[in-house]
Design a protein around this ligand. Structure first.
Ligand SMILES: Cc1cc2nc3c(=O)[nH]c(=O)nc-3n(C[C@H](O)[C@H](O)[C@H](O)COP(=O)(O)OP(=O)(O)OC[C@H]3O[C@@H](n4cnc5c(N)ncnc54)[C@H](O)[C@@H]3O)c2cc1C
Length: 350
């Protein structure tokens, strides 16, 4: 995945779900480059996060395709346009400077510039469900994490992993060999993770590399943001375990997040109103496509997002390149488009 340090783009796309990904393609055909920003640490939005293995039956020309396969195919289709990805960060603010350029800021303290903005934010940001523990905030980002972004943070540490799904079991199995100690905490001895991952965890437990405690996290102990131990309520007993790091995998919530504060005209407080010619919001130069938008007759389907991405891209061209003329062309017959796609039809013609 390209990740150069460039910070000026034709279009900034907020949300790397299927709609945001396909928008890269439509923009790319018009010669516009794009950056995608997503709260999740991987592309694919709902398809990759909520139903990667489920079959989808209503994607045109794919009688059946899973959520992850669709994401992979979209990634393959947009590869020629080399989009940049800024993952694992939420867009907190968009502002327009006097020169017309948008400044897009994220909660990771990063900012970038773009000539136009596409909001392809679906139902909103996926945010981690947090354990309800006193003093949690003081340790977040230093000792308590909801994803592994930097594996080195965990090496040689006393780690507690909480949860019973795939993320909890995968990271237990992954980090066991490099942790000083690793305790897995889950309220039940039944797991929602893949059976092979559960079997692997049990093997590591038998080998003394993982300790499994059935119970609920009950208290954090430490100083100045540095966690040292965690108390776990296990039935009638309280167990105290060493914990320099806590990884909590309690699933994700979806919430509109900061988008509600960007001064856009919203429908029922949670969807962005757009016109159906350009899919532009109440702020010129800011477009909303996919599940996040509202217009009469809207269908929250992936194919609607694809159509909206095509029309918004044509409208955005006029914002980003006001002095250039846009020619409508087919990929089948335009040499210019084929060059952008890095394909050649010469072999077929011969
Ligand atoms: C179980 C299930 C089954 C489904 N089956 C079908 C089906 O068969 N056919 C069909 O057409 N549709 C189906 N859908 C609906 C389909 O998944 C959605 O229509 C589609 O995912 C919408 O795509 P999107 O790109 O608009 O939004 P999303 O897929 O929701 O992606 C939006 C992305 O934006 C990110 N984001 C939001 N706010 C911010 C922010 N402030 N900063 C950074 N990132 C942000 C989110 O993290 C997310 O990754 C199904 C949905 C579910 C849940």
């Amino acid at each position: 995945m390209p990740s150069s340090a460039s910070s000026r783009f034709d279009v900034a796309i907020i949300g790397a779900g299927p709609t945001g990904l396909f928008a890269v393609f439509e923009l790319g055909l018009l010669g516009l480059n794009a950056v995608l920003i997503d709260t999740l640490d991987k592309p694919g939005g709902q398809c990759a996060e909520l139903y990667p293995e489920k079959p989808i039956y209503d994607i045109p020309s794919w009688p059946v395709i899973s959520g992850q396969e669709l994401t992979d195919k979209l990634m393959e289709q947009i590869a020629p346009f080399k989009p940049e990805f800024r993952l694992g960060q939420q867009v907190s603010q968009i502002t327009r400077r006097e020169d017309g350029i948008f400044v897009v800021e994220t909660d990771a303290g990063n900012s970038l510039e773009a000539g136009a903005v596409f909001i392809a934010a679906g139902a909103g940001s996926f945010t981690p469900r947090k354990p309800k523990l006193d003093g949690l905030e003081a340790y977040e980002g230093r000792s308590i994490f909801y994803a592994v972004r930097n594996r080195a943070e965990f090496k040689g540490r006393d780690i507690v992993i909480a949860g019973g799904g795939d993320s909890a079991l995968d990271w237990t199995n992954n980090l066991a060999s490099e942790a000083k100690s690793l305790t897995l905490v889950h309220r039940s001895d039944r797991f929602r993770a893949a059976p092979a991952s559960v079997a692997k965890m049990r093997e590591l437990e038998s080998a003394g590399k993982v300790r499994f405690v059935q119970g609920d996290l009950s208290a954090l102990e430490g100083e100045a943001g540095r966690l040292s131990t965690i108390r776990i309520k296990a039935g009638t007993e309280t167990v105290t375990v060493p914990a320099e790091r806590l990884l909590a995998f309690y699933g994700l919530n979806i919430e509109l997040g900061p988008i509600g504060d960007w001064g856009l005209d919203l429908a029922e407080g949670k969807q962005i109103r757009v016109d159906t010619e350009k899919f532009q919001t109440s702020t010129p130069g800011v477009f909303a496509i996919g599940d996040i938008n509202y217009y009469p007759g809207k269908l929250k389907l992936i194919l609607s997002g694809f159509h909206e991405a095509a029309l918004a891209s044509h409208a955005a061209f006029k914002v980003v390149r006001p002095d250039e003329k846009l020619r409508f062309q087919y990929t089948t017959s335009s040499t210019e488009l084929q060059q952008r796609l890095q394909v050649s039809t010469k072999a077929e013609a011969a």
